[in-house]
Design a protein. Structure first.
Length: 175
């Protein structure tokens, strides 16, 4: 999933308003395939709500393993890869879905399923067309070859990849 040949740009996956992905269960990842310098010059500060509603500051860092071709933004699992991909993007909603907070507090997500869209809007607070940025600068890969004990294996694979690839938008505070 982390090889260049496995990662397709969002723009290639969404053609003629159709998503060319399977409806199978699997594990997936979103990648930053745009200019790495642009990503690292983005707003990498985030304030989360921690235990007892205390503010917890997080800084997204260049902490990805060197064997990754691209920085990983988000890892997830789903019972339907195509549907889950669509939920992350919310393509039917133009413009911004999440207002940028002047002190980098995490915006209330539009839905519980649009982590990628939320993350891109957070790190690029002045981007008026986040879907266009996602189309050209974000890639996607997945695997659906979980045959035996599939639910458990997808669960463990997602956790392993989050721990190994260190995707920015998977970070949440402890409660």
């Amino acid at each position: 999933m982390h090889q260049k040949t496995s990662i397709r740009s969002v723009q290639v996956i969404v053609t003629n308003n159709r998503i060319s992905l399977p409806e199978d269960p699997g594990v997936y990842a979103f990648w930053w395939i745009g200019d790495r310098k642009t990503l690292l010059n983005s707003n990498r500060q985030l304030v989360l709500k921690g235990p007892g509603d205390q503010q917890v500051e997080v800084e997204y860092r260049d902490w990805w393993p060197t064997d990754l071709v691209y920085p990983c933004l988000y890892v997830g699992k789903s019972t339907n890869i195509r549907k889950r991909f669509s939920q992350h993007l919310k393509r039917g909603s133009s413009g911004r879905l999440h207002a940028a907070h002047p002190e980098n507090h995490k915006a209330e997500p539009n839905t519980t399923s649009c982590q990628l869209r939320w993350g891109v809007e957070h790190i690029f607070p002045n981007e008026n067309d986040p879907l266009a940025l996602i189309a050209t600068s974000v890639g996607f890969s997945y695997r659906t070859d979980f045959t035996e004990n599939a639910i458990a294996e997808r669960f463990f694979e997602e956790d392993r990849l989050v721990g190994t690839w260190r995707p920015w938008f998977n970070i949440d505070s402890e409660r």
